[in-house]
Structures are given as C-alpha cells and as structure tokens.
Design a protein around this ligand. Structure first.
Ligand code: AMP
Ligand code: ZN
Length: 464
C-alpha cells in the first residue's frame, strides 16, 4: 500500500506521488529563535520527523530543510491571527532584554533547540537561517516588483494579494476578505487586508540591531518571504511537502504560496501538511498562563523526552493533543512497559522480519500517518507468539519510524552481582529474615534494579 496524506490545500487525503521519485523534498517551518521553544513547537517538529521517517520507510530518499527565523518576525500577531508585519521584532526585543547582540541571542536559542532535537531523536535535516539568505529574499522581492505584484507604503514594500487569483485556496480567505476574528487592520496604507510586507524600512528611532541595504532602502525582510526564498534556493521551485503547525495555514503559508507562485510561475508545494496544536490542561498554552512548558521543564519533572515523543505518537497529528502531567506520566509508564517487554527478547541474528506485522504497521503509517494504530501493532506483535528473533528484527524496522530507541533494550542481561544479591535476598525471605531481605532489596534498588516477588519466586527488572 502506498503512502496517502491529507493535503490541506485540496482538503482531501491524496496518494503521495513525488515530483522526482529519486528524491523527495520537504520543508518545515521552523521556530523563531528568540527564546526557549515550547513543547507545543516540538509537537510539530515530531510530526515533521515522522513524515521524514515515513518517506524513508517507503523507500524514498529525502532532502528535508527547516529554517530558523532569526530576523523579521514581529510580535503584532499575538493572537496568531493579525499581521506579523506589525509590532516589534521578537529577536530585537529579547536581545535588548538580555543586553546581548541579536546573534548571541539567536545562536544561544538555536543551540538549545538543537539539544532538544537530539533528546527527541529527530533525524538530521538541513537548517537554514533567514539572516544568511538576505540576498535571495531581496532577489525574490525584485522579481515580484518587476512583475508588478508589489507596491510601496511609508513603512515598506507590500505584496498585493488581489493580483494572485489563487489567493485564499489554502486559507479559505480571498485577498480582500477580512479574516474572521481579526482585529481591524492598523495599517491603513494597505490596499487589501491580506496584503503583507515583503520588506520593511528601518525607522531611525528603532535603532535596529539587524538591518540590511536593499534597493528600497535600509531595512529587513518581512517574515513570510524568508521561507519561500530559502525553500526555493535549497529545494527548487516546486517542493513535495511543506509542513507546519495549523496556525500557519491561514496567513503564513497562504502568503508563502502567493509570493512563490507569482515569482516563479510554478506550483510551490504539492502537499501541505498541518499539525494540530498541543493544548495544555485542555486549553491554550501561553507564557502569560504559566503553562508554556519547555523540554527543560519536562526533564526537571522527571519526564524522559522520549516519553513526550511517545505521547505525541498516541494522538493522530490532525487531532488536538492535550498535555497534562498525568498524560505525560502515563506515556512514560507505557514507554517503560514497552522497554521491559523488549528487554525480555533474546537477540539472535539472521532472522527474517515478520511480513504480516510489517505490512500492518506500514498500512497504518501510510493511511495518513496513523501512528496510534501503528503503536497498537507494535504491542500486538510483542504479545504474539512469533519467535523472539523475528520480533527483534521486525522491531528494528518499526523503530526506524518510531524513533524510541527500542533496540537499546533488547536482550538486556542482568549483571551477575545483581542476580547474586537477588538470590541471597530470596534465601533470607524463605528463612523469614525480613530485615536482612529488605536491606538487600535496597542495595539492588541502588544499583538500578527492581526485584518483584512472583508466585514462582522473584523477577528482576532494570529501572528505566
Ligand atoms: P513559531 O516559533 O511560533 O514561529 O513556531 C514554530 C513552529 O511551531 C510552527 O510550525 C508553529 O505552527 C508550531 N507551533 C507553535 N505552537 C504550537 C503548539 N502549541 N502546538 C503545535 N505546534 C505549535
Ligand atoms: Zn514558513
């Protein structure tokens, strides 16, 4: 069964057919690197990683690019609905707050983000920084200008959305329609509500830390243009899959399509994949609400980052996922149970994979990334009566997509010292010498093992 994906552009599940079967191209809208990323951001990162791995699982090669917004994202879009071309630059604000340069800020938060990606087992991808593609952004704006898609206002060069007839195909909002729920636009020089800045002029009073020469004067690129310029430079004018959180569909991605297709005359992306938001305690996550948790918060509360990854896999990517400390702890317990089951498997080389479980797993993935069902297949296989060695090689295939480090736990051998302690403890118990048995249980515990008493004796487990 071949891969099917829901395409937000057609609003249908479609067969995935790559433009070039030799190399699938993917672009994921990455973070604005002015602060620590939230676990919500990482839900979308995990989605893009799953898409990447599922493409590989279907025997394609992939080139995956993801950006860092390190300039030009203004904070006028607090409600994720208004124009991100207004307000203050998020990076400049943070740099002033921390008395650092913009580069020091973005380097620091990029580094922090990459550490989290490692902890979450995100496969390597090519990163691009908006500040390293200023020329490409200017070139693209010039092409748009020559083709008559732009106009000038007192604060910048704008894209005229009414000149792109397909404007609204992705968002559902035509160029001159005001987005539902949006506040009245504060920029009265815009011709249509959905026009957006391609280039913003620096105002002397802003004393900007990051500004660049351009044919229109000193300034900086608007937020949307960076993704189009970087995607086209790195992946070509038409890409297979473009990914982001659902908040980006209405404005950012619609604008990426408009400017890219007007500049190149080609379809920008065949598939648009949008992940539903992570909610916290059933509602919005926000810094002001004190629930915008970071990966550090999870780790400080004893949560293994891979337990968070597991939690994300338990919900379909197009359904909201509610984060609570209970839900992430339950995911951690489930993951540890999985590890315990895997530890009981004995590793024997040279076995064939189980084709029935493998095709059930692949079918679940290929039906629009049904990871909850794929996880159920993993549990079913572990419970089944197929030989251990078959389980191990099949699991190795599954973990290529799950990314849960399952193989690290195969055939774990309890150290002899721990086995001996457990035997001694058992002898004390049988003799009714409970205090000594308890001292040994504590010693076993301090070595990282748990001893569980069973009807037939005892069982040793590694504490994970
Ligand atoms: P930003 O740094 O706000 O530009 O966001 C970076 C990426 O994270 C984008 O793809 C957003 O759609 C995504 N994102 C932000 N918040 C959440 C959330 N609560 N749940 C899922 N994805 C999110
Ligand atoms: Zn983008």
């Amino acid at each position: 069964m071949s891969l099917k994906l829901y395409n937000s552009l057609s609003r249908k599940i479609e067969d995935f057919v790559p433009i070039n079967p030799e190399l699938v191209t993917m672009y994921t809208c990455g973070p604005t690197v002015y602060y620590y990323q939230t676990i919500g951001n990482f839900r979308t990162v995990i989605l893009s990683d799953i898409v990447h791995r599922v493409i590989l699982f279907n025997d394609y090669k992939v080139r995956h690019v993801s950006n860092f917004t390190d300039v030009g994202h203004l904070n006028g879009d607090h409600d994720d609905i208004l124009d991100p071309n207004t307000g203050e630059d998020k990076i400049e604000l943070q740099a002033r707050k921390e008395s650092k340069s913009a580069k020091e800020i973005t380097d620091y938060y990029i580094d922090d983000y990459k550490q989290s990606l490692n902890q979450l087992n995100i496969k390597s991808r090519t990163f691009t920084r908006a500040t390293e593609y200023i020329k490409e952004q200017i070139d693209m704006i010039q092409v748009l200008e020559k083709k008559g898609f732009t106009y000038r206002t007192s604060d910048g060069i704008y894209f005229d959305a009414s000149k792109f007839s397909a404007y609204g195909d992705l968002s559902g909002y035509k160029a001159n329609q005001i987005l539902e729920g949006a506040r009245v636009d504060i920029n009265s020089e815009k011709r249509n509500p959905n026009d957006f800045a391609l280039w913003k002029f620096s105002k002397p009073e802003d004393n900007r830390l990051q500004e660049y020469e351009s044919p229109w004067g000193v300034g900086f690129p608007g937020w949307h243009i960076e993704c189009s310029a970087m995607a086209i430079k790195e992946l070509g004018v038409s890409i297979d899959i473009h990914i982001g959180g659902e908040d980006l569909r209405m404005i950012h991605h619609q604008n990426e399509i408009a400017q890219s297709e007007c500049a190149t005359g080609e379809k920008f992306a065949n598939f648009w994949v949008h992940g539903a938001f992570l909610q916290v305690d059933g509602g919005r996550m926000g810094k002001s609400l004190g629930n915008a948790y970071t990966m550090q918060d999870l780790v400080a509360n004893g949560v293994d980052p891979l337990a968070y990854r597991y939690l994300c896999l338990t919900a379909h990517y197009r359904s909201p996922l509610n984060f609570t400390w209970e839900s992430v702890n339950a995911a951690q317990n489930a993951l540890h149970n999985l590890y315990s089951q895997v530890e009981e498997l004995k590793e024997v080389k040279n076995s064939e994979i189980d084709s029935t479980y493998h095709s059930r797993f692949k079918e679940a993935l290929n039906e629009d990334l049904n990871l909850p069902r794929a996880l159920a297949v993993v549990w079913d296989m572990l419970k089944s009566g197929i030989p251990d060695e078959t389980k191990v090689v099949t699991l190795a295939e599954f973990d290529k997509v799950l990314g849960l480090n399952l193989l690290d736990h195969v055939g774990f051998v309890i150290p002899k010292k721990v086995e001996d302690l457990a035997k001694t403890r058992d002898a004390y118990r049988k003799a009714g010498i409970w205090d000594k048995a308890d001292i040994i249980r504590k010693e076993i515990d301090s070595l990282g093992y748990l001893v569980e008493d069973t009807k037939s004796g005892y069982k040793l487990k590694r504490k994970i």
